[in-house]
Design a protein around this ligand. Structure first.
Ligand SMILES: NC(=O)c1ccc[n+]([C@@H]2O[C@H](COP(=O)([O-])OP(=O)(O)OC[C@H]3O[C@@H](n4cnc5c(N)ncnc54)[C@H](O)[C@@H]3O)[C@@H](O)[C@H]2O)c1
Length: 369
C-alpha cells in the first residue's frame, strides 16, 4: 500500500526530520512559467537533441555539445552539475514517460512527487516482484494523479526481471525504489539503455555495489543522462540556506556538523533555524521530496543533466564502512572500505530458492573482507 506523507514544514524544531510529503501536490503549486514555456518542443526533437549531446560526449568533442552542456562538463565523472539547482522554472518540454521499479511506499510516493514536480510528465510502466504491489501503486496513482497515469495492463511487470521490462517499455526516466541491494544492477541496466534515473538512497549494500554505482555514474555522464538520488536535504531550500549561514557566521566552530549543530554563539537544526547571537529562521521553504524531481527534470530539459551518482555512492559507503567496523571490531580506512571485495548480493535470485543464514557478526572474530 502506498504511504501518505504529510508535507514538510521547512523550519521544524530540533530533532525532527522533515516530514515526508504527500504523494500528490497540486498543479497550481508549480511556478506558472513552468507550465507555459517551451510548448513547441516536440518529443522527437528532444530525443534527437539528447542523442546529439550523447554522441558529442562519446566522441569526446566539446564542440559537438550544446553550450550549456559544456558549461557543466564538470558533471562528467560524477560531479553534480552546478548550473541547474533550486527553484528555477522547469521548461514544459516534451512529455517524459516515467517508469517505477519497486512499488513500495517510497516508490509510490516518489512517482507522485515526480509527477507533481515538473510539467508534462506521465507514469508509463510499473515493476515489482509482486502483482499486488503493482496493482496497489496503479490504484493509488489513479486516485492522486489520474490525468497523468498511462499504465496499461501490458506495462505492469512482475518478477525479478521486471526491471528489464520497465526499462524496455518506452520510458524516458526510471525511478529505482527497491531494497538497495538491487540498486547497482538496476541502475546499470537503466544507464546502459539510455534512461535518466531517480534512485532512492541508499544505493548499495556493499563496496562491490558502491563501485558499480560510481561507474554507472561515469557512463551516465558520458551519455548525458541525469541521475538524482533521494537526498532530500540537498534539495531543501531551508536546509541549504541554514547550513550556508552556519558556515559563514561561526568561523572556527564548524568542526561539528550534524542534524543538531552546537556552536559557541548558538545552536541550530539546519532544517531551518539558528538560535543564539545571530538568530535566523528560514521563511517559506520548499518540499524537498518534490524538489529533487523538479531539479532532475529541469536539468534534463535544459540539457544539463544532474549526476549525483558518485556523491550518493560515497555517502552509502560511509554507512557501509560503519557496519564493517562494527562487525569486525577493526578500524577501517576509506581505501579499505572502497576496495572491499564483499559482495552480499546472491546471484540468480529466485523467489523459490532458500538462502543461507549469514553468521552472526562477532567483533574481533569476523574477518574484514
Ligand atoms: N529518500 C528517503 O528519504 C527514503 C525514505 C524511505 C525509503 N527510502 C528507500 O527507498 C527504498 C524503498 O523503500 P520502501 O519503504 O518503499 O520499501 P518497501 O519494502 O515498502 O518497497 C520495496 C518494494 O520493492 C519490491 N522489490 C523488492 N525487490 C525487488 C526486485 N528485485 N525487483 C522489483 N521489485 C522489488 C518489493 O516487493 C516492494 O514492493 C529503500 O531503499 C529505502 O531505504 C528512501
Amino acid at each position: 500500500m502506498a504511504e501518505h506523507f504529510e508535507r514538510g514544514d521547512a523550519a521544524q524544531e530540533p530533532g525532527q526530520e522533515p516530514a515526508r510529503p504527500k504523494a500528490a501536490q497540486s498543479e497550481a503549486a508549480r511556478p506558472e512559467a513552468s507550465q507555459t514555456q517551451d510548448k513547441e518542443l516536440s518529443r522527437r526533437g528532444f530525443l534527437k537533441t539528447t542523442a546529439v549531446a550523447a554522441a558529442g560526449a562519446a566522441l569526446g568533442s566539446r564542440l559537438a555539445q550544446p553550450a550549456h552542456a559544456q558549461a557543466t562538463a564538470g558533471a562528467a565523472g560524477g560531479q553534480v552539475g552546478a548550473a541547474v539547482n533550486q527553484n528555477g522554472p522547469v521548461p514544459q518540454g516534451p512529455r517524459l514517460r516515467v517508469g517505477l521499479i519497486g512499488c513500495g511506499g517510497r516508490g509510490t510516493g516518489a512517482v507522485g512527487d515526480c509527477l507533481s514536480g515538473a510539467p508534462n510528465m506521465e507514469v508509463w510502466a510499473l515493476g515489482d516482484l509482486f502483482g499486488e504491489r503493482v496493482n496497489g501503486t496503479r490504484g493509488q496513482l489513479m486516485k492522486d494523479h489520474k490525468e497523468k497515469v498511462n499504465i496499461t495492463d501490458a506495462r505492469m511487470f512482475t518478477g525479478f526481471d521486471c526491471y528489464q521490462k520497465v526499462i524496455g517499455s518506452g520510458v524516458d526516466l526510471v525511478i529505482l525504489a527497491t531494497p538497495p541491494g538491487f540498486r547497482p544492477i538496476h541502475l546499470r541496466a537503466a544507464v546502459d539503455a539510455g534512461k535518466h534515473v531517480f534512485m532512492e538512497k541508499p544505493v548499495a549494500v556493499d563496496a562491490t555495489g558502491v563501485r558499480s554505482v560510481i561507474e554507472s555514474g561515469e557512463i551516465a555522464a558520458r551519455k548525458n543522462l541525469g541521475i538524482v538520488s533521494g537526498t532530500q536535504r540537498r534539495h531543501q531550500a531551508s536546509y541549504i540556506e541554514t547550513i550556508k549561514r552556519i558556515h559563514r557566521q561561526q568561523d572556527g566552530t564548524d568542526s561539528r556538523v550534524g542534524e543538531n549543530i552546537v556552536g559557541t554563539l548558538g545552536r541550530s537544526d539546519p532544517g531551518g533555524w539558528i538560535r543564539g547571537k545571530n538568530t535566523y529562521r528560514h521563511e517559506g521553504g520548499n518540499n524537498p521530496y518534490v524538489q529533487e524531481h523538479t531539479n532532475l527534470v529541469n536539468s534534463i530539459r535544459r540539457g544539463q543533466p544532474l549526476n549525483e551518482a558518485r556523491r550518493i555512492a560515497e555517502s552509502t559507503l560511509t554507512a557501509i564502512m560503519g557496519r564493517m567496523s562494527a562487525y569486525t571490531g577493526k578500524q577501517v580506512s576509506w581505501e579499505q572500505a572502497m576496495n572491499s571485495k564483499e559482495n552480499l548480493m546472491p546471484a540468480n535470485l529466485d523467489l523459490k530458492m532458500s538462502l543461507p543464514t549469514p553468521p552472526i557478526a562477532i567483533p574481533g572474530k569476523t574477518p574484514l573482507i
